[in-house]
Design a protein around this ligand. Structure first.
Ligand SMILES: [Zn+2]
Length: 296
């Protein structure tokens, strides 16, 4: 069931929350489209049957399959143009980029060419840029929430903040104590930035709609702090990144059930290591035909 947040802003809750904004001409602009055809079909039914209108444009928050996977279906059915952040938009057009990046920039093993990581490709018609945007008659502000992805954007429309995956809900943090990250340094800035965004309602990419983001920012920061502390405890001698990963996952009871789970977390740990090197806690040295991490 859709939730109406303001006169013209709706949210369709699901595995990924989808925003629907009614433009001045009565048509709908949607924010993210879910993982695949199934949520996209539900979204189209809601727009056509309940709102009795059509989709004028699709805006994505970032280039992860669970947020743009319904694009291709909706574009075929409605012809709506698609807008996305620079850099992240590449994955919408070339979904294989996601496993390629997770696999360290190489031809990814078949084991990670999964439906969760590789959505159907779709077009991108324009970029959303930082600051004020106007798409299909809807004015909104776009803010950088880089960190969860290379160029994730959050959107403020009326008094509603679509904050994408800058925060994960409590249940997700319990299940996944090390949530996926592209870059920790910028993610920490994005979390602090998100606190200051003025909005009456906050719609995260996953989980319940919030009145206030602060307690969830705190929970997400605490999860990050636990990972940092554990990494620094583990690296009590020079170590390979793979050793750090293995010990970290064991210490934090992270289940690596399949290759996808591993390859989502391997770059996440790399992001932590880069941040810890940048902030002076760790050193990266090259020795014994390898890259080795040490405490500074
Ligand atoms: Zn994401």
């Amino acid at each position: 069931m859709a939730e109406q947040l303001t006169e013209r802003v709706f949210v369709l809750p699901g595995g990924t929350n989808i925003g629907v904004v009614i433009a001045d001409d009565g048509r709908a602009v949607v924010i993210d489209t879910g993982l695949n055809d199934t949520p996209a079909r539900k979204l189209l039914r809601f727009v056509r049957e309940d709102l009795k209108t059509d989709i004028a444009a699709i805006i994505n928050t970032h280039g992860h399959a669970d947020h743009f996977g319904g694009n291709a279906f909706l574009v075929k059915r409605t012809g709506a143009p698609v807008y996305a952040p620079d850099l992240d938009e590449m994955t919408l057009r070339h979904p294989l980029m996601q496993p390629i990046m997770l696999y360290g920039g190489a031809d990814p093993a078949d084991a990670i060419r999964t439906s969760f990581l590789v959505a159907e490709a779709g077009p991108v018609d324009g970029l959303v840029h930082l600051g004020e945007n106007e798409i299909a008659g809807v004015n909104f502000a776009a803010h950088s929430l880089t960190g969860h992805s290379m160029n994730q954007l959050g959107y403020v429309i009326d008094d509603v903040f679509f904050c994408a995956d800058v925060v994960f809900p409590e249940a997700t943090l319990e299940k996944y104590p090390i949530p996926y990250l592209y870059g920790l340094t910028e993610h920490l800035q994005a979390l602090e930035f998100a606190r200051g965004v003025q909005a009456r309602k906050i719609v995260p990419g996953h989980g319940p709609i919030l009145d206030d983001i602060n307690s969830l920012v705190d929970l997400n920061l605490a999860a990050i702090e636990r990972v940092i502390t554990t990494i620094l405890e583990i690296v009590d001698r020079p170590m390979l990144a793979d050793e750090i990963c293995q010990q970290l996952f064991q210490h934090m009871n992270v289940t690596i059930a399949d290759a996808q789970a591993y390859y989502l977390l391997r770059p996440t740990v790399q992001a932590y290591l880069a941040h810890l090197e940048r902030t002076g806690a760790l050193n990266l040295i090259v020795a014994d035909a390898s890259v080795i991490w040490t405490r500074r």
